[in-house]
Design a protein around this ligand. Sequence first.
Ligand SMILES: *[C@@H]1O[C@H](CO)[C@@H](O)[C@H](O)[C@H]1NC(C)=O
Ligand SMILES: *[C@@H]1O[C@H](CO)[C@@H](O)[C@H](O)[C@H]1NC(C)=O
Ligand SMILES: *[C@@H]1O[C@H](CO)[C@@H](O)[C@H](O)[C@H]1NC(C)=O
Ligand SMILES: *[C@@H]1O[C@H](CO)[C@@H](O)[C@H](O)[C@H]1NC(C)=O
Length: 438
Amino acid sequence: MGSMYDKLEDNVHGRIADELSSRQGYGKSGLRTLICWIALLLSLLLCLSVGFICHGLMGLQSHGLGQVEQRLVCYYASDGTYNLSLLDVPGDLCTHINIGPASLDNATIVLPKSLIQVLQYDSRSYRTAHPQVHLLLWIGGADSGRQFARMVVNHAMRKVFLRSLRQIMRTYPSLDGIDLDWEFPSAYDRERMHLSQLLHEIRMEWQREKRTNDILSLAVAAPEGIALYAYDIRELNLYADYVNLMAYDFHFYRKDMPFTGLNAPLYARAQERSLMGTFNINYTVQWWLRSGLEPHRLVVGLPTYGHSFTLVNPLNQRIGAPASAYGKCGQLGFTTLSETCECASKYYKPSLHYDAGTCSPYLAALQEWISYENQTSIACKANYVKSLNLGGVMVFSLNTDDLRNVCGYMPNTQKKLQNQKPVFPLTQAIKDILRESL
Ligand SMILES: *[C@@H]1O[C@H](CO)[C@@H](O)[C@H](O)[C@H]1NC(C)=O
Ligand SMILES: *[C@@H]1O[C@H](CO)[C@@H](O)[C@H](O)[C@H]1NC(C)=O
Ligand SMILES: *[C@@H]1O[C@H](CO)[C@@H](O)[C@H](O)[C@H]1NC(C)=O
Ligand SMILES: *[C@@H]1O[C@H](CO)[C@@H](O)[C@H](O)[C@H]1NC(C)=O
């Protein structure tokens, strides 16, 4: 397949060069900066002649040059969920905001009414007020599997998609990229190959359209059992600026797995063996790296929401205790952080636990059991990402953070509740970790 992509090479390299040069912190002193620039230039020249090998080299370069600004990619649902307005998201919080979700119908991108409103008005104002924040259209989501499969199936259908993408990018110039959230390419019908072809064709199209700075990202599955069949990871290196690893939902209530469990454990717990030992952030991150994804393209997704369960026996509150249903808190077992704290406060003395080994809090109150995140746990996980010098952290989602400060993690500045601006204690905690100097 190599030759097929040759034309694209220059473009991809150009993009990497731009990306590198826009990053900060190569060195504080003038001399160091100069040396770095010369090294960078030489390696770039080398790269252009060496071809594919170059991507690995570029990865090394960006790391060798010290502190790289790590992305904080935030998902924003425009469907009025918890009434969060884009304009209430502080401009210094996220480096990228994925706005959506847009869906697919017969290969054409469909924007719900509320999303059109946001793209027409809010994202334009946001772009003006905060030009440094990248705004991306989030396409797909949890139920998008079949529509994506149908769209990628042949060249004609992909062309329909590309045409609708072109039209949308022209209509909404405040967008500077897209995030494809196909959950998930299957092992059948060569979906993995078709996904690579789609990514290739998007890049070609953007080259023709002189949109070489536009960002192409993918939301990808964390579990090895899905990712192994869904993605050709080396091709992702060629075409995706970065991937958003959905490193959550490792455990939630299911009829065929009726036990409590942690949404996003950082590591395996001591008693977890074989397959169970793979359902955690560290294992999946290491798997993706081992499988060849360039570290600077790996953006690790962390949840702001939690999962609730109904305990079979209120006296057995352990992780892995028998559960009989979703919890009462939240909706269908999903709880925003505000809902978690609000719901817990209705019980007499809920018991709060912290599993230090996995950086995960959980709480139990009578039959209710919730795995959630607080500032301690999310900072712990963000520190892990930072220490590996990966591409950054993704947050799903802004809408499910403790917008109303119910948990009280943020100092209360305003007295009247109805006038309060939403707050983002978890996203803020991640930002503080990523921006703290090493
Ligand atoms: C969102 O706002 C509408 C009207 O402004 C209100 O009726 C509704 O209760 C709000 N929803 C939430 C979840 O706060
Ligand atoms: C889907 O799109 C294709 C290509 O544009 C068209 O030929 C076909 O009729 C459409 N099918 C439906 C069900 O709309
Ligand atoms: C993290 O994952 C790697 C690879 O699977 C493993 O070798 C390492 O022991 C894990 N770290 C912890 C603390 O579990
Ligand atoms: C997070 O939860 C644990 C367990 O309840 C607690 O020890 C810790 O203080 C909490 N962190 C914050 C910032 O509230």
